[in-house]
Design a protein around this ligand. Structure first.
Ligand code: HEM
Length: 572
């Protein structure tokens, strides 16, 4: 074990998250407060692998938890939530919604995308909280060492204000009602469901998150937090440079996910981007418009376009990532990238070894792409989900492999589109060498190190082909990840039946059964409790004359004719 001690000057490193040059809400005070708090931290770094870059991982001598940054609570701050109704959960979602859609600039281009940046930061905050689960400690306990290099950038949306807004502003209204640990999870669920594709994906996610959510996480502070978020002598959070061995260590071994779940969880990188100011990496995982949507484009981006290594990102000799190398991608107004921990889900290097972009790994200097017409790796729905585009070429008939100029494309033409850099480019030579393409059976030739992620190759294809398949696996992976360490201590949301104000009563439509009384006959109390027990029930009405109870899927805002002799309730 090599111990390295170095000074990490972090003042000014929060440029993207605290301010943008054209942001009216540029929070200079917050940035300087943070600079003061974090200045000149001595980081004790434990290098576990030669590829593990010097900056970014380590145990800081100063230590600040998210709770420390929340400031005073107007009342008694709850460390463990004792009770939570569905209505309070919805209040948090509404507060996050207000920031996302009313407070932030909705513009999204190569330079600026406030929604993607803010939402990405909130989601990453939660991920960094729960990814430290190991040996029964850690998990979603709102314990994150905010001064650790791995967490650079997170204090902006947490407390200091990213584009002038932070979770701290919202938490003041909830601190007497729920722990910060529960709050961070709900806020992350909120950004994902609010930014999901309208229609079934959004409904499935929102309903799934809420139905699965159990409260009761205790916020860890002080020594309890310090001990769980640092492991003596080894890293806890994943090191992106090391590829799938880190996905295996953190997601599979520590957090107990299956490879299918681990692959689904990586879809969080659908939101937001990497920045040289924070991690040293640079770019969106896809185009900026999609980076502010929570969708399955992460998976189509992995296999419906092509990737080549980019060494020394931003001039940093320790940072290597993947960049697009299909024809035309070099003229995008934004930058797209993948980390080694993303790429390894679908590819191995040219010789079947782990795919690690690094000048020290010559076999990884290859072009990663998938043929559009391999029987064993059916790309039809993947290309359809990629707006009928393959390696940046429109496909008129992707089923017949017709992309680009309209003629049936040959493997040679596909290669020219996918691994397109000219002989004169800095990527000279990459056209000749291919990373191991999924679907051609090469995964059987993968080395033991690369083999570890072989199951993910097919999951990537399935998730790219069908977003609901991904969402359903994701919901299970998310629940497991956010509940690790709290076994048996968490409770489902409590629902109450709230009577409509009769004068302003809403009209209910969409009776699921063909007639009134689909919940049968009984008393008013029976009617309320049968709805409470049915997860699908949102509204219920009781006919005082016939004693029939009817469930409604929706209630609109049309004023109800007050002559009717019934009582209705909304479940909250
Ligand atoms: C193997 C596991 C993971 C690795 C190696 C990894 C690595 C990274 C890196 C290097 C960045 C760039 C950060 C920056 O420069 O600002 C990033 C961003 C991000 N990560 Fe991860 N991550 C992993 C898992 C997760 C998980 C589990 C979550 C959430 C539950 C998550 C959510 C995000 C989000 C949303 C962003 C964009 C942040 C923004 O736009 O500010 N990641 N990740």
């Amino acid at each position: 074990m090599i111990f390295t001690i170095f000074l990490m000057m972090v003042a000014g490193s929060e440029a993207r998250q605290s301010c943008t040059s054209n942001s009216a809400t540029c929070n200079a005070d917050a940035a300087s407060d943070e600079a003061a708090l974090l200045q000149a931290i001595v980081v004790k770094h434990i290098a576990t692998e030669t590829l593990h870059e010097e900056e970014g991982h380590g145990e800081a001598d100063t230590f600040a938890t998210p709770q420390d940054l929340m400031g005073d609570c107007d009342g008694k701050a709850l460390m463990t939530t004792s009770s939570m109704t569905g209505a309070v959960y919805d209040e948090v979602v509404a507060a996050v919604e207000n920031i996302l859609f009313s407070e932030l600039d909705q513009t999204c281009d190569g330079a600026n995308c406030q929604v993607a940046d803010w939402a990405g930061c909130v989601l990453r905050m939660c991920g960094h909280d729960f990814m430290d689960f190991h040996d029964g400690v850690g998990g979603a306990d709102a314990c994150t060492d905010m001064n650790e290099g791995d967490n650079a950038g997170l204090s902006a949306c947490l407390a200091n204000g990213e584009f002038g807004h932070s979770l701290k502003d919202l938490y003041g209204n909830f601190c007497t009602r729920m722990s910060l640990a529960d709050f961070e999870v709900i806020a992350a669920q909120a950004v994902m469901s609010l930014l999901a594709t309208e229609g079934e994906p959004k409904e499935t996610l929102s309903a799934g998150f809420k139905a699965n959510f159990h409260f009761g996480r205790t916020t860890a502070t002080g020594d309890a937090c310090r001990n769980s978020t640092h492991a003596e002598g080894s890293l806890i959070l994943p090191n992106p440079a090391l590829g799938c061995s880190e996905v295996d260590r953190v997601f599979v071994n520590n957090m107990g996910l299956t490879w299918e779940q681990a692959t689904a969880l990586m879809g969080v990188h659908s939101l937001g981007r990497a920045s040289t100011d924070n991690s040293g990496f640079d770019g969106y995982w896809m185009d900026p418009h999609n980076a502010k949507k929570f969708n399955n484009k992460y998976y189509t981006a992995l296999i419906a376009v092509s990737w080549c290594p980019e060494y020394n990102v931003g001039g940093n000799p320790n940072k290597h990532q993947w960049k697009r190398c299909d024809a035309g991608s070099d003229s995008f107004a934004w930058k797209e990238m993948m980390l080694n921990t993303d790429m390894c889900l679908a590819y191995a290097d040219a010789k079947g070894g782990s795919l690690i972009a690094s000048p020290d790994q010559p076999n990884s200097n290859c072009c990663a792409w998938v043929h559009s017409s391999i029987d064993a790796y059916n790309m039809t729905d993947v290309i359809a989900n990629n707006n009928n585009s393959f390696c940046n070429k429109p496909c008129t008939d992707y089923k017949a492999g017709v992309c680009g100029d309209g003629k049936g494309s040959t493997k040679k033409e596909e290669l020219a589109a996918c691994c397109a850099f000219s002989e004169n480019s800095e990527n000279q030579g990459q056209r000749q060498k291919h990373c191991m393409t999924p679907g051609l059976g090469y995964d059987k030739l993968w080395t033991a190190d690369a083999q570890i992620s072989a199951p993910a190759v097919e999951y990537v294809r399935q998730f790219a082909a069908d977003r609901l398949t991904w969402i359903n696996v994701f919901l299970g992976a998310w629940k497991k990840s956010t509940e690790n360490g709290f076994g048996g201590k968490l409770t489902p949301l409590v629902y109450v039946m709230e009577r409509f104000d009769f004068a302003a009563m809403k009209r209910c439509d969409d009776v699921p059964a063909s007639s009134w009384g689909n919940y049968g006959k009984g008393t008013e109390e029976d009617c309320k409790s049968v709805c409470l027990d049915d997860a699908a029930c949102s509204f219920v009405c009781y006919n005082l004359e016939s004693s029939k109870c009817t469930q409604f899927a929706t209630c609109d805002t049309t004023p109800q004719d007050a002559q009717h002799n019934f009582t209705c309730w909304a479940k909250q």
